[in-house]
Design a protein around this ligand. Sequence first.
Ligand SMILES: NC(=O)c1ccc[n+]([C@@H]2O[C@H](COP(=O)([O-])OP(=O)(O)OC[C@H]3O[C@@H](n4cnc5c(N)ncnc54)[C@H](O)[C@@H]3O)[C@@H](O)[C@H]2O)c1
Length: 274
Amino acid sequence: MLTFDKEVVLITGAGRGIGAAAARMFASLGAKVVVNDLSESACEEVAASISDAGGCAFAAAADITRDGAPEDLVSSVYHTYDDLTVLVNNAGFLWDGMVHKMTDEQWQRIQDVHTRAPFRLIRAVSKYWRPAAKVEIAAGTPRRRCIVNVSSTSGLHGNIGQANYSTAKMGVVGLTKTVAKEWGRLGIRCNAVAFGMIDTRLTRPKEEGATFAVAGHHVRLGVPEALRPSIRSQIPMQRYGTRDEAAGAIVFLASPLAGYVTGHTLEVTGGLGI
Ligand SMILES: NC(=O)c1ccc[n+]([C@@H]2O[C@H](COP(=O)([O-])OP(=O)(O)OC[C@H]3O[C@@H](n4cnc5c(N)ncnc54)[C@H](O)[C@@H]3O)[C@@H](O)[C@H]2O)c1
């Protein structure tokens, strides 16, 4: 049976959406889960729902783009659980705009959350993982450790209005392959999932009014209702993916079922872009 009962999983951006679904799924399979997000209350709500269902979770609110936050977050995981075996770099948001209108800030904020923060988190775990893996390999008792980075079909194929995001999400693929090559000999796997259209506030009708506060702006999230039927019609499976279907791909890549998979980007798209 698939189990994560000896695992500690840190998931960024797990206060809602795909990250929250992944947190619940890992916990239901026995993992201790660290729920990171911007808002304390969102983290605590997800952690409480996991505890109520008999699982084990701890809320660790932090803005992962803040200098020092990735290092503090990883050290708080070790402080609480004295272990970490799976890192899921999931946190993110969109700040769309056409190239000719995109500001430097709009560009940079998206790089910060989707590539710099994952890089810093990976570098932060390296301080714990690399020395431990060397000792374990020498002793003949290697442990499973892995990273799952969240990318997007916008990165793989480009997308109108998303020069900042598609650049960042393709960067995630390069980061993933590089870490896989550097750390493969230590038995540490690093993979990515590229989602297509998953049903979260990023893809819900824009008219529902979800916003994301960044740099004094309230960025409107979602897809205009008028565009949704044509997007759906381009998806061979003719529907958006569910959060659990997205989470399932993350859990699969982190599991022993994918024990010989590294440097891979798994497209979870209902066929979009094939
Ligand atoms: N929904 C989709 O169709 C889709 C498609 C491709 C890729 N993705 C990617 O999947 C990931 C999850 O997105 P989602 O759809 O669940 O969106 P979501 O908005 O439901 O969840 C994202 C979470 O990330 C958090 N977050 C943002 N910036 C943060 C920061 N600096 N520090 C900590 N947390 C932060 C947000 O507060 C939010 O709770 C993102 O990386 C997104 O780009 C989503």
